[in-house]
Design a binder for this molecule. Structure first.
Ligand SMILES: Cc1cc2nc3c(=O)[nH]c(=O)nc-3n(C[C@H](O)[C@H](O)[C@H](O)COP(=O)(O)O)c2cc1C
Length: 262
């Protein structure tokens, strides 16, 4: 090995080492929330703990979307894909997580083929992570309908304008699709040059497109993770067996808990 190469390797190591020290200081200075551990004995109802953590993250107002979660699905070819969606609710005691999307999007197509998914919620400043896996079903139409009508009218027009995950020739083309949807439902002007209209009470009738709606992820595994000092985190995985019920949902057995090494 010549001396030039040796020098490069050492320099890189020093850079990397400096970076690690700086990022650790940065990490510690970002939050004053003390480290915690999971309760002992472990809770019987981990979904209730996840719901409480979500509520706490909301109340703290430390991030714009505390309900943002990574949703991982898998394609027919076995290729996984992940993206952020918003968690609308953690519903107890049934133990499912609600989110909404376009049924014809990439995730929608993947879920139609393989109705299992994994989600991850992470609240950095609270030192907490929740991982949930389970079966996915579509929400009842009435629920999707009701929720759609609570959205701002501009978002409802947007749902018609975008064939989510499909190619589009240009941004202009997308904006034209938006305006066309607005014209179709005779809404006030939409698009980047339309005046901002924040009037929530403005009655604008925009029906729900049939390809837009809710999903329920029925949890059969959940991990509660709490960050510990010097990476001695506290983890517990809970599993239960789901059996389909007569209403298109699932009934679960009691949760079995196992503490995991970090
Ligand atoms: C903070 C945030 C929230 C989002 N919420 C949603 C959502 O609730 N539903 C949704 O379909 N897409 C949501 N998206 C967009 C998705 O990440 C993604 O781009 C889109 O759903 C298309 O994904 P797909 O092509 O894998 O189906 C959100 C993105 C971000 C960054």
């Amino acid at each position: 090995m010549d001396s030039g190469t040796t020098y490069d390797v050492r320099a890189r190591w020093r850079e990397a080492h400096t970076h690690v020290i700086v990022s650790t200081d940065y990490h510690h200075s970002m939050t004053k929330v003390p480290f915690q551990t999971l309760p002992s004995p472990l809770p019987d109802e981990p979904m209730a703990v996840a719901a409480a953590w979500l509520a706490e993250a909301w109340a703290l107002k430390a991030q714009p979307n505390p309900n943002a979660m990574t949703l991982a699905t898998v394609g027919a070819d076995g290729r996984p894909s992940a993206r952020i969606v918003l968690c609308k609710d953690i519903v107890l005691p049934d133990g499912f997580v609600r989110f909404v999307s376009n049924y014809e999007s990439k995730k929608g197509v993947e879920l139609a083929h393989e109705p299992r998914a994994a989600i991850v919620l992470h609240w950095d400043h609270l030192h907490r992570q929740v991982r949930i896996e389970g079966h996915v079903t579509r929400s009842p139409e009435t629920e999707s309908e009701e929720y759609f009508q609570t959205r701002p009218w501009q978002s409802r027009v947007g749902a018609w304008a975008s064939s989510q995950s499909r190619p589009v020739d240009s941004r202009d083309q997308l904006i034209e699709q938006l305006r066309a949807a607005g014209r179709r439902f005779e809404t006030p002007p939409v698009g980047p040059d339309a005046p901002d209209d924040e009037r929530r009470d403005l009655i604008v009738h925009v029906p729900r497109p049939s390809n837009w709606g809710g999903y329920r992820l029925w949890a059969d595994a959940i991990e509660l993770w709490v960050e510990g000092e010097y990476r001695i985190h506290d983890r517990a995985r809970f599993e239960r067996v789901l059996t389909p019920d007569l209403n298109g949902g699932f009934k679960g057995t009691a949760w079995q808990a196992t503490r995991l090494q970090p």
